[in-house]
Design a binder for this molecule. Sequence first.
Ligand code: NAD
Length: 272
Amino acid sequence: MPATKQSIRAPNPPIEDSVFKSFRLDGRTVIITGGADGIGYEIARGLAEAGANIAIWYNSSPKAAKIATTISEDFNVKTKTYQVDVRDYEAVETAVAQAVTDFGRLDVMIANAGIPTKAGGLDDKVEDWNNVRAVDFDGAYYCLRAAGLVFRNQGHGVGIATASMSGHAANVPQEQSCYNACKAGVIHLAKSLSVEWAKWGGRINSVSPGYVDTEISEDCPFEMKEEWFSLTPLKRDADPRELKGIYLYLASDASSYTTGADFVIDGGYTAR
Ligand code: NAD
């Protein structure tokens, strides 16, 4: 008797026919690091609007509690704040476990916290390099790892890492080789983890924003901003709300066949 051929093809997941419904996140739990400020805050609002309950992780933001209440009231979802320094793996793992207890489930981890501090130049201190790396690279790995352990146990889960266009191009004019290298690392970390996570049903992608009008860029001198605008084909920076859509796509079942990808949202900067 000839052996029956057995395909390695994985079965399709349940596919929602309505494209609008495929973007819904009703009842799901999302952790967003750096969720009380800038891009993270807008992601939190966008995903809450789609029905997700949100665990807002913050480091020191005094706005966190108020933001959580506002999002909860605006979108009728559950929110909770967690003060976590992403440089501390034990704290990250504890906060992930606490979020699972508080919300009863965890579906998405968005490793978004980051600092664009100048570091890595010949005149910069090695301590600065270590600190930027600890937040921007190690911190992203710690958050994805801690959530990934939960996701693997349950056989599903989505990771999203906020990288940067600086991970694609040596961003100017500030000397920030450490930030640039860390963000390139984050893109490849997400890619590498996507291959590992696919074995048990997890997905992971990264987003690389260009210049976004958040507190990070508020202190930049006029001339520096003008140089950014001149280098960006759309000749402006982004409103952080312009990032919400891509995170919603990646967090939801709309992206069920998307993994290991990086999404550059930079007004054309890296296309030049
Ligand atoms: P932001 O300063 O408004 O937010 C950054 C958040 O990270 C803050 O909430 C801060 O408290 C948090 N954070 C910093 N150190 C932390 C730590 N040790 N532990 C926990 N949280 C910590 O800046 P943003 O513009 O919203 O940046 C969000 C992400 O987007 C960052 O990863 C940043 O590198 C990336 N990014 C920003 C831009 C931009 O132009 N704004 C461009 C590309 C990428």
